[in-house]
Design a protein around this ligand. Structure first.
Ligand SMILES: Nc1nc2c(ncn2[C@@H]2O[C@@H]3COP(=O)(O)O[C@H]4[C@@H](O)[C@H](n5cnc6c(=O)[nH]c(N)nc65)O[C@@H]4COP(=O)(O)O[C@H]3[C@H]2O)c(=O)[nH]1
Length: 712
């Protein structure tokens, strides 16, 4: 008979040799090895020496019966329990019960059904093997669970905790007793419980892992609130629960305390989203806030505004007072902006800090959500402007700044973040061009304006070569002698379609595009030629004043150009007056000083134009050492009634004389103004009352009549 391969070692203990023989034969049939013992004591000894895989134990044996042997084996066992099959004398219940009580795994009763004995033993061996494998797996699972810091629980599909094991590193939020047998909603806050139950259902439906984050207040009493103070936020811990299905109706949950991770994430976020100088959100943070606000407003059908603010004189402050003061100023500005844009002021529902950001340099942005009227945005802009106007006291310097603000609106101006930010920026530039310390809305009309700006620029590029520019001259009169001492050259553009265009419209454009340099050179040359032409025509030598824009003044070829014009035209340098505005001079005071020195060196007459409209430091004014100061016409226009302007005019004249400068009053339109200016000691006057800007031949006649008058 073919035998199966050996599958284990069986200890057969029976006092009946025939029974042992038959048993051995049957076991061999199913591929099992066996050793025999003829009584209980020998069986025990055998068990110790060979450690069999299974014991087949007769109940009735002399000396020590099968029950005692079984009990003794069980007593001696350390870990794995060997399967023991008791061979009972009959079917009587009592010996079966005794067999189990003694620790038997199974029993067979006599008379033995020999053909199936081997299979029965094999089955018990297999079952025992499976049980020991299960035991190992269980031990492994317990070891794994003991090693991980997480809390774990089992939960049924209805949300009842079946098991709950607190992780060894977990903050002790709940005890096992509080959870096992209880429903989620009795343990966790209602919203978290609801969410977790939803996830449990999803996990069971899909059999995929799910996770959810939530936070719970730390156990213990709430922090005390002192009178008049806002309650501090209650400390919380953050958790992440991962849920995995362990059967059709049951999930295993692993809960990890992720508070540390959240804290690190928050710190990283703060570093990445915070402007390191001012502590307010940076460009990245603002763009994300804007993106979120856009989505929210789109959904809720709401409006919002983006304010783009730029300080008007920041570069000058940085250059003259140094970068440290510049940095302090930016911090102080952001602090003031923070105060001005508190949530209450912004009609905002979110934290103000996220609505305010520094994009870089001296550029700040403010987001105004839930905008009801455009006026609300203008009001915020106005408040910001006013806040900036209050002097900043930094490192013993009293600093005055103004801000230009551009505003774009959602949805009117644009439907995406980049456009809205770009339009607010464009509007800010527009505000700057309109005289700084201004707030302007971006609007389609602004787009049109920009379009026409572009068209104008194309035309201006051709104006020079097409001979479309020409000069008018306005006389400057000496008050004491009533004699013409000079003329101011004022440029005009005869546009082929639009007619005559004022310099106030195209000079800023020429400055912006750099065209001012060739145009300025043309003006300088033409004016000098003209002054020389009058002189050669026998008229007395008069000074000609030419406006010099900031760009021209900074042009490195300026000296070269002035020298070559004087040389080519033959005009003596002292008959050329260059008018510079306060802004031009103060923009980069140190560089200004050097250029002024060079110009003075060749004998050119220098004056400050539009005095009183810009910012001048007395200190610098003294060191600039210019010859004349022109009081801006805005101070003269209200005279003699406007007592404030009268006082300013008088003070400017006194100050200029103190600095040994001559004073020219611009925009004199009436006799009363002339009389008053004479009383104040003003040296020269210019204005419609004394002569409009006029073409060269009119001036020629004017000079001729003056010469004739002088000869009579
Ligand atoms: N209301 C009033 N206005 C008077 C009176 N008398 C003169 N004006 C005007 O006041 C302006 C004086 O020139 P500005 O202050 O240098 O101001 C000038 C100057 O800054 C600039 N500009 C003119 N020509 C040139 C130039 O060739 N180069 C540069 N860079 N700028 C120029 O354009 C500005 C405006 O020039 P204009 O339109 O010619 O305007 C001129 C002149 O026409 C008066 O009695 N009442």
């Amino acid at each position: 008979m073919a035998t199966s391969p050996k599958r284990g070692l069986v200890l057969v203990a029976d006092d009946d040799p025939t029974m042992r023989l038959l048993m051995l034969e049957m076991l061999a049939q199913v591929g099992l090895d066996a050793i025999e013992a003829e009584d209980g004591v020998k069986a025990l000894a055998c068990y110790h020496s060979v450690a069999p895989d299974l014991v087949l134990l007769d109940v009735d044996m002399p000396g020590m019966d099968g029950f005692s042997v079984c009990r003794e084996i069980r007593r001696l066992e350390t870990q794995a329990s060997v399967p023991i099959i008791m061979v009972t004398g009959g079917d009587e219940l009592e010996s079966v019960t005794r067999a189990y009580e003694a620790g038997a795994t199974d029993f067979v009763s006599k008379p033995i059904n020999w053909p199936i004995l081997g299979h029965r033993v094999l089955y018990v061996l297999r079952a025992s093997d499976a049980i020991s494998r299960l035991r190992i797996a269980d031990a492994q699972h317990r070891a794994v669970l003991a090693a991980i810091p997480d809390t774990f629980f089992r939960m049924n599909k209805d949300g009842y905790y079946l098991d709950y094991e607190q992780g060894h590193e977990a903050s002790s939020v709940f005890s096992t007793e509080r959870c096992v047998g209880h429903h989620l909603s009795q343990v966790l806050p209602a919203d978290i419980a609801g969410h977790m139950l939803e996830q449990v259902q999803t996990v069971l439906d899909t059999q995929h892992i799910r996770s959810l984050d939530y936070e719970l207040p730390l156990p213990g009493p709430a922090p005390r609130v002192r009178q008049g103070e806002h309650p501090a936020p209650r400390p919380v811990r953050h958790f992440e629960a991962r849920l995995v299905a362990t059967g059709p109706d049951e999930v295993l949950g692993l809960v990890r305390d992720i508070s540390e991770r959240k804290r690190s994430e928050e710190q990283i976020r703060r570093l990445a989203y915070c402007d390191s100088l001012t502590g307010i959100p940076n460009r990245q943070a603002f763009l994300e806030t804007l993106e979120a606000e856009l989505a929210r407003s789109r959904k809720a059908n709401k409006k919002f505004a983006v304010l783009f603010m730029d300080l008007d004189a920041f570069k000058r402050i940085n250059d003259t007072l140094g970068h440290d003061v510049g940095d302090h100023l930016l911090k102080a500005v952001s602090e003031r902006l923070r105060e001005t844009t508190r949530p209450g002021d912004l009609i905002s529902r979110t934290e103000a800090a996220t609505n305010l950001a520094r994009l870089g340099g001296d550029e700040f942005t403010i987001l105004i959500p839930d905008l009801e009227r455009v006026e609300d945005a203008l009001n915020v802009a106005h408040r910001v402007k006013e806040a900036m106007r209050r002097p900043f006291l930094l490192d013993a310097h009293e600093i005055f700044v103004t801000a230009s603000i551009g505003i774009s609106l959602y949805p009117e101006d644009g439907e995406d973040c980049n456009s809205l930010l770009k339009y607010a920026d464009t509007a800010m530039y527009h505000a700057k061009n309109c005289g700084k310390n201004n707030a302007k809305l971006y609007s389609s009309s602004l787009t049109m304006q920009i379009m026409s700006h572009v068209k104008l620029e194309v035309g201006l590029r051709k104006a020079l070569q097409n001979d479309e520019l020409y000069l008018l001259y306005q006389p400057q009169i000496d008050v004491a002698s009533a004699q013409i001492t000079g003329f101011e050259a004022l440029v005009r553009w005869r546009h082929p379609e639009r007619g005559v265009i004022s310099p106030t419209e195209f000079i800023p454009l020429a400055e912006e595009t750099g065209l001012i340099v060739p145009i300025g050179e043309w003006v300088l040359r033409t004016a000098c030629q003209q002054a020389m032409a009058w002189q050669t025509a026998g008229k007395p030598p008069v000074r000609v004043a030419v406006n010099l824009s900031a760009k021209q003044f900074k042009d490195e070829n300026l000296m070269q150009i002035v020298l070559s014009v004087l040389h080519d035209t033959g005009l003596p340098a002292e008959l050329l007056e260059l008018e510079l505005t306060e802004g031009t001079l103060m923009d980069d005071a140190r560089a200004t000083m050097a250029t002024l020195e060079q110009l003075r060196g060749i004998g050119v007459y220098l004056s400050i134009d539009d005095f009183g409209t810009g910012y001048s430091s007395m200190n610098y004014l003294k060191r600039f050492d210019v010859r004349a100061l022109k009081i801006d016409k805005s101070f003269i226009s209200g005279l003699p009634l406007d007592s404030e302007n009268a006082a300013i005019t008088r003070a400017i004249i006194a100050m200029a004389h103190g600095l040994k400068m001559a004073v020219v009053a611009e925009g004199v339109e009436t006799d009363a103004q002339l009389v008053l200016l004479e009383q104040y000691g003003c040296d020269m006057v210019q204005g419609y009352y004394l002569g409009h800007p006029s073409p060269p031949d009119t001036i020629h006649r004017m000079l001729a009549s003056q010469t004739a008058l002088a000869m009579t």
